[in-house]
Design a protein. Structure first.
Length: 150
């Protein structure tokens, strides 16, 4: 029971007060951390000798300082509140959980940040996007093309 409470308290939505990473950069909607296995000397392990460090687990946190929507609404609302589409951000963070990195060029258009090409794994939030793009699928295939490693 003690362990379950600890895990529940450490994964999911956190505020800037609970998670200083968000306070250091208040524009971060979510973050994924990858924790690795190490041996008794602190060296990262590669137990299956596949040339890759062994991943122990990943933690995903979402910034509770933002207004989230899960009904397809996002953007600035009539009352001035800005909503962010939670499923879009969650799909992005889960992409990191599957070893996908950011890609695409970031620029400005009419004073607004934009990514090209648009994809789930862009480094900026570009609005509602609930399906992987061709670029996202290509990156996933590239990351996992040799799985399972023998």
């Amino acid at each position: 029971r003690q362990r379950q409470m600890c895990i529940r308290d450490r994964v999911g939505f956190l505020s800037a007060v609970e998670f200083p990473y968000f306070a250091a950069n208040p524009n971060v909607l979510g973050v994924t951390f990858t924790l690795m296995w190490s041996d008794g000397s602190g060296n990262l392990t590669d137990i299956d000798n596949n040339g890759k460090v062994d991943v122990a687990f990943r933690e995903i946190y979402y910034n509770d300082e933002f207004n989230w929507a899960d009904n397809g609404l996002e953007g600035t609302q009539p009352d001035g509140t800005r909503l962010f589409d939670f499923p879009s951000v969650a799909i992005h963070e889960v992409g990191h959980g599957f070893s996908a990195a950011h890609f695409g060029s970031i620029g400005t258009q009419d004073g607004v940040l934009v990514a090209n090409p648009r994809a789930v794994m862009n480094a900026i939030y570009g609005g509602t996007l609930h399906s992987l793009t061709g670029r996202d699928v290509g990156a996933t295939c590239s990351n996992w093309s040799q799985w399972p490693h023998r």
